[in-house]
Design a protein around this ligand. Structure first.
Ligand SMILES: Cc1cc2nc3c(=O)[nH]c(=O)nc-3n(C[C@H](O)[C@H](O)[C@H](O)COP(=O)(O)OP(=O)(O)OC[C@H]3O[C@@H](n4cnc5c(N)ncnc54)[C@H](O)[C@@H]3O)c2cc1C
Length: 394
């Protein structure tokens, strides 16, 4: 296979800017584009120069090359499902499930990210019932593989079915460009997105935990059945007595490294989809800091920040209003603590070292080593500990 030189068509963003949404792959009528993992495990389009006819369609559907204008949501709510059990099995307020159920009730289909049972990879799938919907609940902190999702969404829409597509803002933006707009029967829901971690880092982390436990992982859950503010992962090992090992974010290498920007996709540090540029109808996130604004509304089961971005979003949100407790809010209140609404985090300085060493090193040891605070900080901490006795305050 001959790969296209970068200076001829098709013009696609450089690997550092590509978000991996797969719109170019889905749009290519000649099958000239494949999505392949790069050295960091992120999927990137690779063009087969023998099949490419330089039609330029891939460049036209690329959401990174064709960014949209910033938007302001029509309305923003703090919201939680009245059903506490639903919130316990969701990441925040359970709003995604309520919207999805409406679509399923109308014979529609819902697309979102799920863990693949055997491999624990995160992939986009289509679901048509409550059992399927359960697989979509919970934020999976790994970039999902879209596979043929965009083409399947188009097929379902062309058959006149109601479709809810959920995903990260770049995926929603990619789907909109692939479809060249948004048909009436499509509802687009995205999440406020911190960044997406590398699928390779996730697999290395899982192998490391399997080695430590001496047993295979049979199931993984993310942000479910745990206190909302202590968002956590659970790993279910084949031989575990209580059948679940709850990973606490403050001592877990994967979650700490994710929050410290050690292995997130490069383009996320310059994300071009913040400010609601994805074109989604509804954006859902965590309403961090709600306890400061409405302490009586706050609890540790989960509260969502729900941003209604379009008239279609407004109609869908009203259709679930009976099942939701909500308070009218403001995007600036949400963004006060939830910085990811508008801002990007910079990459960790040791990001390149992580990817240079991850294939040969033990995952936990590598993360511990790279994330160890500098010597001056540890000395300061030691002194403070022995004088004041409260190292955590430094
Ligand atoms: C990678 C990632 C980063 C996030 N960062 C933030 C943040 O910084 N601030 C914030 O407020 N909220 C963030 N969220 C969103 C938040 O965690 C909740 O997903 C959101 O509040 C919806 O909650 P829920 O209870 O309605 O949804 P749930 O019922 O828990 O549903 C989860 C939804 O997220 C989608 N999803 C799950 N994993 C992925 C994935 N890997 N890729 C694409 N879509 C996925 C599912 O398709 C589903 O639509 C992030 C989510 C993800 C996936």
């Amino acid at each position: 296979m001959k790969d296209c030189p970068l200076d001829i068509l098709p013009k696609l963003p450089s690997p550092d800017r590509c978000c991996g949404c797969s719109a170019c792959f889905a749009a290519c009528p000649h099958g000239a584009i494949e999505m392949k993992p790069d050295g960091e495990g992120f999927l990137q389009p690779v063009v087969n120069g023998n099949l490419c006819v330089e039609c330029g369609l891939c460049s036209r559907v690329c959401p990174v090359l064709n960014p949209s204008e910033p938007r302001k949501p029509l309305a923003v709510y703090a919201a939680k499902a009245k059903d506490d059990e639903l919130r316990r099995i969701s990441s925040s307020g359970g709003i995604f499930s309520l919207l999805a159920r409406r679509v399923l009730e109308r014979g529609g289909v819902v697309y979102g990210a799920a863990f693949e049972p055997e491999t624990h990879k995160v992939v986009h799938i289509a679901v048509e019932d409550e059992e399927g919907l359960d697989r979509l609940r919970g934020s999976k902190y790994v970039q999902s593989d879209m596979g043929d999702t965009f083409r399947n969404v188009k097929r379902d829409l062309d058959h006149g079915r109601h479709v809810l597509f959920s995903g990260c803002p770049c995926q929603v933006a990619g789907l909109r460009r692939f479809l060249d707009g948004q048909p009436e029967n499509l509802l687009l829901v995205d999440v406020i997105c911190h960044a997406v971690p590398s699928p390779m880092a996730w697999q290395k982390y899982l192998s490391c935990q399997e080695c430590k436990e001496g047993a295979k992982i049979v199931r993984t859950f993310s942000r479910r059945n745990c206190a909302w503010r202590k968002y956590a992962l659970s790993l279910e090992f084949v031989n575990s007595s209580d059948n679940a090992y709850l990973v606490n974010p403050s001592n877990d290498t994967y979650l700490r490294a994710f929050c410290s920007e050690l292995f997130n996709r490069k383009c996320c540090h310059g994300c071009v989809f913040r400010y609601f540029k994805s074109g989604s109808d509804i954006t859902i996130g965590d309403y961090w800091g709600i306890e400061r604004i409405w302490p009586e509304f706050s609890d540790d089961i989960g509260i969502s920040a729900v941003c209604i971005n379009t008239e279609k979003g407004k109609i869908s949100a009203s259709s679930v209003a009976d099942s939701v407790w909500s308070k009218l809010s403001d995007i600036h209140d949400v963004a006060q603590i939830n910085k990811m609404v508008f801002d990007n985090h910079t990459a960790n300085k040791k990001r390149d070292r992580f990817f240079a060493e991850v294939t040969s090193a033990n995952f936990d040891e590598l993360v511990e080593r790279l994330m160890m605070p500098p010597l001056w900080y540890r000395i300061l901490r030691w002194i403070k500990w022995h004088t004041v006795g409260r190292p955590e305050d430094i």
